[in-house]
Design a protein around this ligand. Structure first.
Ligand code: DGJ
Length: 750
């Protein structure tokens, strides 16, 4: 049993294989948090949290005489405002009488086999044998507000998911001003915060900071999870590293505006509250109505950040990403965006496709510019009919040509947007988010469609489904290229406008649910100007998401490194592009570009006709190599061996589940003279087994001296024990030049 309840002590314990999460139902009915950490066998941890009188910490009425029980210092599961806890609240509600706050006391709890579902929101799935659900209902007697705390306990995976359903059980309206998904109180310890910040074309840069007294927040008010702060944070012990140390992972399954607050309080305890961003959020619940806060995926490990990441990778692949393409081999694609931008026609695309097929690619993706008068990015979004001037004979003629070369055909769309200069906007100006009487703020000269509206979603469903039914399209890239401003819906009354940010993303989920259900064979790739909506919510619909608009291989090292803390390789769209790179102007060897892009869903974004014959041979070999190593790359356990920026190289490794195969990749980011080759200790191998290094690819090297673990680099297929590779390590040959790279492939010797 992963969930146990002791009625006498009020102790509720959630056990997974390696962790224990314990709560206590206090005599007062408050639901306290006692512990989340390494597995503990059946102890009652009540005494961990002292009951002392802390000055200026108010007491619930029944504790007024003893004065040793204050919500201001007791760790809690779901703290509400205005009842004695001055730390960050998870819930701020206002009754029709103007009463703020809720005195939440437990009324019931229930344990069910299997996993709860959340209406209208993406969440992790599970079979009955994989998960147990705990539901605890709290209630505020004064207003009738009910809060159902949901816990999904994935015993084998060491994951606990949380979500919240808030019901108006009273007889008057209640307004929610903040309805977070979870609070996690962490009493004791010296914690640091790891978060993933960035900007367009430089997303998810890992930042590790000390906590200060007060509140630190990361989040987005952009209506999308954003390039700027990913909805994923780690709280880690000061001593934590890749291989050791305590860390908590907190990953909201949400793609809209979000916020995570981390407070270090007066007593040194930490509270983390995460969920929908409370700014401009105001949700009215009529009597009997319910509001569901998005799910959060929590995990804890004492084995360092590497273990934490691998747990998320596995969990997302098993319980979030779904459908045919989750585990199926993804196609190697060639996307025409950086090859042609808007300047293409059928002939040009077919010429690209011909080369792509010859090189071994599987899919040709036609990016932006194929529809309406879309000859630049100022117009035509919304006009999802083919531009016959560019593509005479329409999509079918082109698709036939592409399919005839043995390639699948995929297409780009940006369904949530509309250009002012479009037939759609001219017909339905009220479908865009704009404020009456005010000129809208523009982003990429486009407007955002009101996805909270059923008529907008129906129109988009019919349009996209129509295209998919009519043409043989096997892949869709779903883009989203601006953030939300002028957030006002013509379809909502004044007192419901505060719901729009969240209703928008619910609308996106609704449309994606319908489309991905009705077109299960299509491979959907998410995108938002690259990685502007790269989150667990979107991964429920898109098994892969274009990681970043920055295709520079060296910048990508940082983006992929940061993204790898939470997200699996199989989710990260990564392409080899032309040099000098279009975003940075940097030149990196073609081989190195491929080594980096291979740590994602591999593809190309260049004109293969512009390659030399030699380069084409290289590309052929790269695609063949990727396909040969597909399984260990896409499904293997991921190890960060050396972080970019910390030394003069970056390195990472994937190991197959049975530890029979491993691939090590390294890129030197800073050339230096008179240094030995870089040294790496491998991870995750079987120490007892012997591994043959059956392939070694050196890319972009100007000069190579041959030294490899005491053997000649040219030696045929050297064999090492797993122990030697992990404990002694390997020293790579000296690699000179700008950004050389190496890939070492190992296979266990039978
Ligand atoms: C932004 C995407 O990230 C790019 O890959 C490309 O599809 C452009 N949009 C097209 O407008």
């Amino acid at each position: 049993m992963s969930v146990t309840f002791d009625a006498r002590s009020g102790i509720i314990t959630l056990d997974t294989v390696a962790t224990t999460y314990q709560m206590k139902l206090a005599e007062t009915g408050h639901l306290l948090h006692l512990y989340y950490g390494r597995r503990i066998p059946g102890d009652d941890l009540t005494a961990l949290i002292p009951r002392v009188d802390v000055s200026f910490a108010p007491d619930p009425y029944e504790c007024r005489a003893t004065r040793t029980f204050s919500l201001d210092v007791q760790p809690q599961e779901y703290p509400a405002a205005n009842v004695g806890d001055f730390r960050v609240p998870a819930l701020i509600a206002e009754s029709a009488d103007g009463v703020y706050g809720d005195d939440l006391r437990c009324v019931s709890h229930a344990v069910r086999p299997g996993k709860y579902a959340l209406e209208g929101l993406p969440c992790a799935d599970a079979g009955e044998e994989d998960c147990q659900t705990l539901a605890i209902t709290l209630r505020d007697a004064a207003t009738g507000l009910q809060v159902e705390l949901l816990y999904g306990v994935y015993e084998k995976e060491d994951v606990i998911t949380r979500a919240v359903k808030i019901v108006n059980g009273g007889d008057k309206d209640i307004v929610l001003h903040r309805a977070s998904s979870a609070a996690l109180d962490v009493p004791f310890g010296d914690w640091q915060l790891i978060h993933f910040q960035g900007r367009h074309a430089m997303e998810r840069q890992m930042e590790r900071v000390d906590l200060m007294h007060g509140i630190q927040s990361v989040g987005s008010t952009r209506g999308a999870s954003s390039h700027h702060h990913n909805p994923f944070v780690i709280l880690c012990g000061r001593e934590a590293g890749e291989e050791q140390g305590e860390c908590y992972g907190v990953m909201p399954v949400y793609s809209g505006s979000h916020r995570t607050d981390v407070e270090l309080d007066q007593t040194g305890d930490v509270r983390l509250v995460t969920g929908i961003h409370p700014d401009m959020f105001r949700w009215t619940l009529k009597p009997g109505e319910a509001f569901t806060a998005p799910e959060v995926i929590l995990t804890f490990t004492h084995e360092g950040m590497g273990a934490l990441s691998r747990r998320y990778h596995r969990f997302l692949r098993e319980h979030i990403i779904r459908g045919k393409w989750n585990h199926a081999a993804r196609p190697v694609l060639l996307n025409n965006w950086e090859a042609t931008y808007f300047d293409f026609n059928t002939g040009k695309i077919l010429a690209i496709a011909e080369q792509a097929a010859a090189l071994g690619a599987d899919l040709l993706v036609l990016d932006d510019g194929w529809f309406g008068q879309r000859n630049d990015d100022n117009r035509a979004l919304g006009d999802w009919f083919v531009n016959e001037e560019k593509l005479p004979g329409g999509l079918d003629a082109l698709i036939k040509g592409v399919n005839g070369l043995g390639l699948k055909f995929g297409i780009w769309m940006e369904p949530e947007m509309v250009s002012e200069d479009s037939d759609l906007y001219r017909a339905h100006p009220d479908w865009a988010l704009t404020v009456p009487g005010r000129k809208p703020t523009m982003g990429r000269n486009q407007l955002v469609l009101d996805m909270s509206r059923g008529d907008v979603r129906d129109y988009l469903y019919d349009t996209i489904a129509g295209l998919l039914r009519k043409h043989h399209i096997e892949y869709v890239k779903w883009d989203m290229n601006r953030n939300m401003t002028d957030v006002y819906s013509r379809a909502l009354p004044a007192d419901r406008q505060g719901e729009l940010f969240h209703r928008y993303i619910l609308g996106v989920y609704d449309l994606l649910e319908r489309l991905t259900t009705d077109f299960p064979d299509v491979l959907w790739e998410g995108c938002s100007g690259g990685g502007g909506r790269f989150d667990a919510g979107m991964l429920r619909y898109h098994p892969q998401i274009w990681l970043s608009d920055d295709t520079d291989a060296i910048e990508r090292l940082y983006i992929q490194h940061g993204s790898s803390f939470g997200y699996p390789v199989s989710a990260m769209g990564a392409h080899v592009s032309a040099c000098p790179n279009h975003q940075t102007g940097r030149t990196v060897a073609l081989g190195t570009r491929a080594v980096v892009a291979m740590s994602g869903t591999f593809g190309y974004e260049l004109d293969p006709n512009a390659l030399t014959d030699g380069e084409r041979e290289q590309v052929k070999a790269q695609i063949a190599r990727f396909k040969r190593w597909y399984d260990v790359i896409q499904n293997g356990d991921y190890y960060r061996l050396a972080a970019p920026g910390e030394g003069r190289f970056a390195a990472w490794q994937t190991v197959s589940a049975d530890r029979g195969e491993a691939l090590v990749s390294a890129v030197i980011t800073h050339a230096a003279a008179n240094l030995p080759g870089i040294h790496l200790r491998l991870r995750g191998l079987d120490p007892e087994a012997r591994y043959e290094m059956d392939e070694m690819a050196m890319e972009g090297c100007q000069a190579i001296a041959d030294a490899m673990y005491g053997q000649d680099a040219a030696a045929e297929r050297p064999v090492y024990s797993g122990a030697a590779l992990m404990y002694a390590g390997v020293t790579l040959p000296v690699m000179g030049g700008d950004y050389p790279a190496a890939q070492l492939h190992f296979t266990r010797v039978k």
